[in-house]
Ligand binder design. Structure first.
Ligand code: FES
Ligand SMILES: [Fe+2]
Length: 432
């Protein structure tokens, strides 16, 4: 059980907060590289409570600057994207991507004022088709994380993102919660053809009936970079079926893959926009082959973890990735389906997760009643708080700063009952 103070420590992310300081130690995805054409329009973004603008100078260099001009706070969203930097349209001050003011045309030529002005700016790097920012104190920053999805060829991955109307933590908690799958995403009527087929397909790889225990036994193990969260179910021939989620401090999670001989792997990055919203980054990739046109079409249509049916775009931060399904329209729930067919009538797995975590509101975790099935969530919170407190009070570097520590996969394994699931995951799930 958390205290109200711990709840606040875990969920507040602005500059100077405990969790905000921890998260600023890590590279943070900002936008897709393709969203920033060289010399093109500026995008508003908001990360960890900071209003920023992202742009790509005509030379190709990406910049991430504080949104409001250092002069008199006009928005640089309207800035002119000129080489070698972004120029405010109010009085013409120009900033290069590193934040130096390089031109101040409204001052007399003999003035040296421009040399005294440095605008907030964060280093950016690109990997996996994504622009990442480093908002922390290290100079130079650590290397970009060696996540497998960032290193496979472009045709082997699919990356989408959507805006979510809640604190980052409950969204992340849903991502490391194996106990909700049989319910939130479950079906009532096993005669339903489409759903039945999907379940049978899922089980075919392991050759046993699709019927999974609804309350798996859950265990958690520490790793150098975060946690393994294992959900164990009975399987034939004296075996256990383990589905293992990966959690990497502070905001990456990887659900266990779909079962089968050739599974696509999924991953989330849960990035706080501020204390009340997040960007849910959703990645599906295959380590060794291109995704098929059919797989990509399904992701685009909102299958699996993706939610891509967006409301009309606005120029606010992440105003182009706000899903149509929202609290205001009951997430387009089909109440009749909920009565007879599905446990929860909202269409789409990703939308179901979004709807239910948004329904929690920005809540106080001291009011919860946690059971044994919540052990993964308890340990993720502890991981985050321990790392943030160690950083704040003892200047202990947080875990998972080494890029190589990200070379991991989640797992779905059939193992003899006496085998160590942790050893098995560590042996089989590590990649190059
Ligand atoms: S407010 Fe930007 S140059 Fe004056
Ligand atoms: Fe879910």
């Amino acid at each position: 059980m958390l205290t109200a103070d711990e709840n606040a420590q875990l969920t507040r992310v602005g500059p100077g907060t405990l969790m905000g300081d921890l998260m600023r130690q890590y590279w943070i995805p900002v936008v897709l590289s393709s969203e920033l054409p060289a010399g093109g329009r500026v995008k508003r973004v908001r990360i960890l409570g900071e209003d920023l603008v992202a742009f790509r100078a005509p030379s190709g260099r990406v910049g991430l600057l504080g949104e409001f001009c250092s002069h008199r706070r006009a928005s640089l969203y309207f800035g002119r994207n000129e080489e070698p930097g972004l120029r405010c349209v109010y009085h013409g001050w120009q900033y290069e991507p590193g934040g130096r003011c390089i031109d101040m045309p409204n001052e007399r030529p003999e003035s040296s004022f421009q040399d005294k002005v440095t605008h907030p700016a964060y280093p950016c790097a690109e990997g996996g088709g994504v622009v990442w920012a480093y908002m922390g104190p290290a100079s130079p920053p650590p290397g970009l994380p060696d996540l497998e999805w960032t290193e496979v060829p472009e045709d082997q991955r699919f990356v989408s993102k959507f805006w979510q109307d809640c604190n980052y933590l409950q969204a992340l908690e849903g991502g490391v919660d194996p106990a909700h799958i049989s319910f939130l995403h479950g079906i009532l009527d096993a005669r339903d053809d489409g759903l039945r087929r999907a379940l049978d397909q899922a089980a075919a790889g392991f050759g046993f009936a699709a019927q999974l225990e609804r309350a798996p036994h859950i265990e958690v193990a520490d790793t150098e970079t975060g946690l393994l969260i294992g959900a164990r179910r009975e399987a034939p021939a004296g075996q256990y079926y383990w589905r293992v989620t990966r959690y990497l401090v502070p905001f990456h999670s990887m659900p266990p893959p779909e079962v089968g001989s050739d599974p696509v792997i999924h991953s989330h990055v849960w990035i706080p926009i501020d204390d009340d919203h997040l960007v849910n980054w959703c990645i599906s990739y295959h380590p060794t082959r291109a995704l098929t046109a059919d797989e990509v079409a399904q992701f685009r249509a909102g299958s699996s973890i993706h939610v891509m049916d967006y409301a009309p775009e606005t120029s606010e931060a992440y105003g182009d990735i706000r899903p149509i399904q929202s609290r205001a329209n009951d997430y387009l729930a089909d109440w009749e389906a909920q009565r007879i067919r599905k446990f929860f009538g909202v269409p789409g797995v990703g939308s179901q997760d979004k709807a239910i975590t948004e329904s929690q509101g920005n809540y106080d975790r001291s009011l919860e009643r946690l059971g044994r099935a919540d052990i993964g969530i308890i340990r993720v919170r502890k991981c985050l708080l321990d790392a943030a407190i160690a950083l704040r009070t003892r200047r202990v570097p947080p875990p998972a700063l080494d890029p190589a520590g990200y070379r991991v996969r989640p797992a779905a394994l059939l193992l003899p009952k006496e085998a160590s699931w942790v050893d098995a995951v560590l042996k089989t799930a590590a990649t190059g």
